[in-house]
Design a protein around this ligand. Structure first.
Ligand SMILES: Cc1ncc(COP(=O)(O)O)c(C=O)c1O
Length: 310
């Protein structure tokens, strides 16, 4: 909706900066916008341990990008971007900012005013909600300048055969009958999360994350990706790994046969995989329902896979 809505505001050679670790959902719409307008996409490079390269980012900002699109937390690696600093710098450079918060929203307390971005987006299904619905937060004045991606009923103020006047926000961006059932589900998920002691849960998840990383490393023959600084602080929700040179899919299937579900593949982040020189990897995730026994069961199963394959 944002990428389409900005079409009239971008021109040929305007620069769009994208996080190399971005999910395809935060790449492809910008590519389409670039096709429509002649804008140029520049990926923000990563450091050797797959963190966003701040020096390179600073240099790219010197070319005065029109828009900076970042992920808050990488869905593939679980790495957390220092979003407040990155946004402040982008704003100084005069860029519009969009954060993909899909992987952050279930784990962190998000305050969009504190982050100070222009847009913050996430999908409901990442926060225990049914699929097909999500949230676009935007500054009122920015949302108000977006061209509606869809037009039709509900988004209008008046219609005649000569002209149509669009309604006020949020209606002007929400054509047609809304996803009513999905939004009710989203509301229930938000209530559920807001009723929980979020800080205790975050602390619990981070403790499990430290344990998971440490157990994986002590298993041996495991490569972890995107680990830097204090790993249990730097990564949220997910750990990406491979077992020696084994194919991630083989590892995933053998884990699955032991009732352990990891995701395998490119994680909808092909540019990141090519940057890491990987065909893919496995990803273990932690949610509010995860406990230490789950991690022990996972490590036990992975050890069995290791004995089988190596
Ligand atoms: C970081 C991130 N962004 C975007 C998406 C895509 O969300 P959707 O499928 O709702 O467009 C996902 C996962 O699906 C994700 O993990």
């Amino acid at each position: 909706m944002v990428a389409y809505g900005l079409t009239a505001q971008l021109q040929a050679n305007d620069v769009i900066l994208i996080d190399t670790a971005a999910h395809h959902a935060n790449i492809v719409p910008w590519q389409e916008l670039a096709k429509r307008t002649g804008a140029v996409i520049k990926p923000i490079p990563l450091t050797a341990n797959a963190q966003l390269d701040i020096d390179a980012y600073d240099q790219l900002l010197a070319c005065k990008p029109k828009l900076v699109a970042l992920c808050h937390v990488s869905n593939a690696l679980g790495t957390v971007n220092p979003i407040n600093d990155l946004i402040a710098k982008a704003k100084n450079a005069g860029a519009l900012t969009l954060i993909d918060g899909a992987q952050a929203v279930a784990h962190l307390d998000i305050n969009v005013q504190h982050i100070d971005c222009d847009f913050y987006v996430f999908s409901g299904h990442k926060m225990y909600d049914p699929t097909g619905v999500g949230i676009l937060y935007g500054r009122f004045e920015q949302l108000n300048t977006l061209t509606p991606m869809l037009t039709g009923g509900e988004m209008i103020k008046t219609v005649s055969f000569d002209r149509t006047e669009y309604g006020e926000l949020p209606n002007r961006l929400e054509a047609g009958t809304p996803a009513i059932a999905e939004v009710i589900g989203l509301g229930a998920a938000i209530t559920f999360l807001q009723c929980l002691p979020r800080q205790d849960i975050a602390a619990h998840e981070q403790q499990l994350m430290g344990y998971l990383q440490q157990q994986l490393l002590s298993l041996g023959d495991i490569t972890l990706y995107g680990i830097a600084g204090n790993p249990s602080q730097n990564n949220i929700g997910s750990v990406a790994f491979n077992l020696a040179n084994e194919h991630h899919q083989d590892v995933g299937i053998l884990l699955d046969q032991q009732a352990v579900a990891v995701r395998c593949g490119h994680h909808c982040a092909m540019p990141l995989m090519s940057e890491l020189n990987l065909a893919g990897c496995c990803r273990a995730s932690i949610g509010i329902y995860t406990n230490k026994q789950d991690i022990d069961q996972f490590i036990h199963a992975l050890n069995t896979v290791k004995e089988l394959l190596l």
